[in-house]
Design a protein around this ligand. Structure first.
Ligand SMILES: *Cc1c(COP(=O)(O)O)cnc(C)c1O
Length: 378
């Protein structure tokens, strides 16, 4: 760890070995299906370059990103990989697909028509077809997809390399929509005989072999987040976020602290003032009862320091947060120490839950103020 890193106020320790292990585990659970890796939003905030090189090294060959810009940014790191662009192609961005060997996911009849018009000029080019089986977000309707599959005058040059759909409720294993989407997708699979099929995200992989088809698309699980509700998370934490304590304050019983006098003390206390706030993706809502958002929760997030969980106090502000360190040994904690916000000792999803959100949002909103250190994959 270099000087800048040891001088940093906030830091992320990103364990690429855990990332590789998590992907291998998802690939193993995917059984006969190949596992892709979903790298949208700068690889869920951890960085395209380290994430893609690590996952390619672990064996991933298929990658999904949101936009063509992300695809162009990713291409240099996985020159041999296949990159799918989930948002698809539209007039004006087609050149970037062809120049960078990016595969558009076709999400609508309009995108299909435009893609076909580009083919008439340049000939065959791979694409994926997204069919909506119940999410009602992106994709051709099943009727449109079946009509396309059975169209006798469909140009021979139109040959999707993948047909995909996305599950709406995979995190809730008992939800009846899972089975309905599966049945609809099977009908589509029959119509596109011989084309590779893909249905499952991380949570979908855990729904079992029926949902795996040819290619799975795990994202959050690879980054160590929870995919399935009410199930112990089997993945290794990848990201540990730490912030620096700037000052230890002593307050008296009866005092208050933070905006709105939202932290109230019923005993003499010691408070760690920490250099992290909502501008660092430590969301204001993790303040818990200190913020009247949604239903107030009695306690907000916890940090971790010198072997102990310490509760957050008051409101998270833009750059600063308070933690109650009264129960730590008096000389055990001092200005300059790091406090863990989430990672090895505090599950990211526990912090997310305190803020009424999900690990995905925590990871993708970490911002630019952390120094990032990567523990290399073996
Ligand atoms: C983001 C995304 C995934 C990955 O989902 P996770 O829940 O992170 O595993 C898979 N497929 C599509 C279409 C997505 O948008």
């Amino acid at each position: 760890m270099d000087d800048i890193f040891s001088a940093a106020s906030n830091r992320l320790i990103i364990d690429l070995s855990a990332l590789a292990d998590n992907w291998r585990m998802m690939a193993k659970i995917s059984g006969k299906a190949r596992a892709a890796a979903v790298l949208k939003a700068d690889a869920y905030g951890i960085g395209f370059e380290p994430a893609s090189e690590t996952l390619y090294g672990a064996g991933a060959r298929d990658f999904f990103v949101a936009s063509v810009e992300e695809g162009v940014a990713l291409r240099p790191y996985v020159p041999e990989g296949r990159i799918f662009i989930l948002a698809g192609m539209w007039p004006g961005n087609e050149k970037h697909f062809f120049d960078n060997d990016l595969v558009p996911v076709i999400n609508s009849e309009e995108q299909l028509a435009f893609f076909m018009s580009t083919l008439s000029e340049r000939g065959d080019y791979p694409c994926a077809l997204h069919v909506d089986t119940g999410m009602n977000r992106l994709g051709l309707t099943p009727q449109e997809a079946l009509a396309l599959a059975n169209d006798p005058v469909r140009p021979a040059s139109f040959s999707p390399v993948l047909v995909m759909s996305h599950l709406a409720c995979a995190d809730d294993q008992a939800h009846p929509l899972n089975r309905r989407q599966l049945d609809a997708f099977r009908t589509i699979a029959d119509a596109f005989d011989g084309v590779e099929m893909s249905l499952a995200n991380s949570a979908g992989v855990h729904l079992g072999p029926d949902f795996h088809f040819d290619l799975t698309r795990p994202g959050i699980a690879v980054y160590g987040g929870e995919a399935v509700n009410d199930m112990p998370n089997p993945m290794k934490p990848v990201v540990t976020a730490e912030a620096r304590i700037l000052q230890i304050r002593t307050v008296k019983s009866g005092d208050t602290a933070s905006y709105g006098a939202s932290a109230q003390f019923s005993r003499d206390s010691r408070v760690a003032v920490v250099a992290v706030g909502y501008a660092d993706g430590y969301h204001r809502s993790v303040s818990g009862g200190g913020v009247t958002l949604r239903q107030a929760r009695p306690s907000g997030a916890y940090g971790f320091l010198h072997g102990q969980k310490v509760p957050h106090l008051g409101r998270v502000t833009m750059d600063l947060s308070l933690f109650d360190v009264t129960d730590l040994p008096e000389n055990g904690v001092r200005a300059g120490d790091y406090i863990e916000l989430f990672g090895e000792n505090i599950a990211i999803d526990d912090v997310a839950r305190a803020g009424g959100t999900i690990g995905y949002e925590m990871l993708t909103s970490l911002g630019q103020r952390y120094d990032r250190a990567y523990v290399p994959a073996e």
